[in-house]
Design a protein around this ligand. Structure first.
Ligand code: HEM
Length: 285
């Protein structure tokens, strides 16, 4: 009835399995990048969430302030309008879903449909207005090393093992000169979720790229693959490296730890309704 409709919270009126399928249908496009929007969806979900500060309890995916200026225009978020634009028709089709739920679910779809682990996910984020945008500088700076990476992720409430697992997402996608200024993919299969970030990091000799762009590394043998200065910290820092070696040897261990850390990332700072169900979505195939 009408009465019931007006008292039911909007998040309860959404068919989340249907949204999952609709996002999955938007992944493939042979004319975009390496043929999939998955990597940029994953990056959107991470940047929407990674602004969390566990001391002030501000930021995170809950308010989805990443879609508003000035946050949308922070340097770290350059290029993410591509993902937001691609997802926009689904907000029209499923008007009761919050943007925070839509963008985080897009990250889950990307991981799962590109061959990664099942990621537990809950709905119930409530969008906020532009005045609640987080300040610039909360996301990691790729030009820096282990101390900076720890400062940023400890502020979110993560430990070294979780940080080392999360950065394994850099098996997917690529850097774009017109977004971050960096250039190239991390490996030869950027649309498959694998443990290749770790194997490539350990197995190659990485040398500074000879160009006029920002300082980054390329593999010495082919020059086709890249590492950011911040990525190299996972090889040179002994505590990070211990996890890198484990994940390079054991893809199952990586998948399990990534699934936990990524689910935690997507929930940072969110107060879920008590009756929000926990979903484990099935992949399309
Ligand atoms: C791409 C930095 C951690 C997922 C990138 C890019 C940079 C970057 C500079 C290139 C963006 C572009 O030019 O399009 C960093 C730094 C990190 C970090 C400094 C921390 C040490 C993470 C985490 C995730 C992630 C935790 C997810 C869990 C991705 C993905 C891409 C990407 C999937 C590819 C995007 C695409 O292909 O469009 N990252 N990142 N990153 N990052 Fe990270």
């Amino acid at each position: 009835s009408k009465q019931q409709d007006s008292t039911t919270p909007s998040w309860k009126k959404v068919d989340y399995a249907g949204v999952y399928k609709d996002i999955a249908a938007l992944l493939e496009d042979e004319n975009y990048d390496d043929g999939s929007y998955g990597p940029v969806f994953l990056r959107l979900a991470w940047h929407a969430s990674g602004t969390y500060d566990c001391k002030s309890h501000t930021g995170g995916s809950s308010g989805c302030t990443i879609r508003h200026a000035p946050e949308s225009e922070h340097d770290a978020n350059a290029g993410l309008e591509v993902a937001r634009r691609r997802l926009e028709p689904l907000k029209k089709k499923h008007p009761n879903i919050s943007y925070g739920d839509l963008y985080t679910l897009a990250g889950v779809v990307a991981v799962q449909e590109l061959g990664g682990p099942t990621v537990k996910w809950r709905p119930g984020r409530v969008d906020k207005q532009a005045v609640e945008c987080t300040p610039d500088g909360r996301l990691p700076d790729a030009a820096q090393g282990a101390d900076h990476v720890r400062d940023i992720f400890y502020r979110m409430g993560f430990g070294d093992q979780e940080i080392a697992a999360l950065v394994g997402a850099h098996a997917l996608g690529r850097c774009h000169t017109d977004r971050s200024g960096y250039d190239g993919p991390w490996n030869a299969s950027p649309t498959a979720f694998t443990n290749f970030f770790y194997t490539e990091l350990l197995d190659n000799t990485w040398v500074p790229k000879k160009w006029t762009g920002p300082m980054q590394f390329v593999d010495k043998q082919s020059g086709a693959f890249m590492m950011l200065p911040a990525d190299m910290a996972f090889k040179t820092d002994p505590r990070f490296r211990a996890y890198v070696e484990r994940y390079a040897r054991d893809q199952d261990a990586f998948f399990a730890d990534f699934a936990n850390a990524f689910a935690k990332l997507l929930e940072l700072g969110v107060s879920f309704p008590e009756d929000a169900p926990l979903y484990r979505f099935k992949t399309l195939d």
